[in-house]
Write a protein that binds this ligand. Sequence first.
Ligand code: ADP
Ligand code: MG
Length: 238
Amino acid sequence: MATLDLLSISKSFGAAKVLHDISLAIEDREFVVFVGPSGCGKSTLLRIIAGLEEATSGQIMIGGEDVSAAPPVERGISMVFQSYALYPHLSVYENIAFPLRVQKLPQVEMDERVQRAAGILQLTDKLDLKPGQLSGGQRQRVAIGRSIVRNPKVFLFDEPLSNLDAALRGDMRVELSQLHRQLDATMVYVTHDQVEAMTMADRIVVLNGGRVEQFGTPMELYHHPRTKFVASFIGQPN
Ligand code: ADP
Ligand code: MG
């Protein structure tokens, strides 16, 4: 069970408090979108969940287990970054296999996992190419493939589509929703794009100035915004 619980997470950088007492209970296999304006703390919160940044206070629970002190690789979490961070000199296959090479997984199992990820992401006929020979959308899929092969329980996405053009972004939204249905995983997806949030999320967390304004389904937020900010950002005035 990959429930994800945030208990009173706060974060300061020096004197600047950027996250204020954030508590959220995310359900197993839920697709939750964090949405909010630039600088509201979305990436910081995601990095804290991933273990790439330490919270000033609060706890992170995955599957009911406190992982607050666990290093990133032991959390069963995989993060897909905005910049693709692919190795240009390695093939698509090797880019996807990379985390498994680091883990020294046996060749047969590695091959199985890479082929499965490539199948899901429709990259099977691209495995011998270099990233430079791929389209933007295909490169993004390679980055996702690199996450899938680790069999994480929780996927974190930080604005993965923001470098793509509008048409491709639409296609990738659909693909990511399909991916969510295919994989047995909880997904947390960060965006500043309200349309992305409304179309992809099971539930949306609206963040503003490091605080949770509202956590609810797209329809709840749209029809019953709890604050003026949510109303202006997503919903309609009551
Ligand atoms: P978002 O992803 O929503 O745009 P961020 O989480 O990147 O927002 O940033 C939230 C706030 O924290 C911003 O004011 C940003 O300047 C600040 N911040 C982020 N990372 C650091 C850091 N390493 N040191 C100091 N301030 C930071
Ligand atoms: Mg960010």
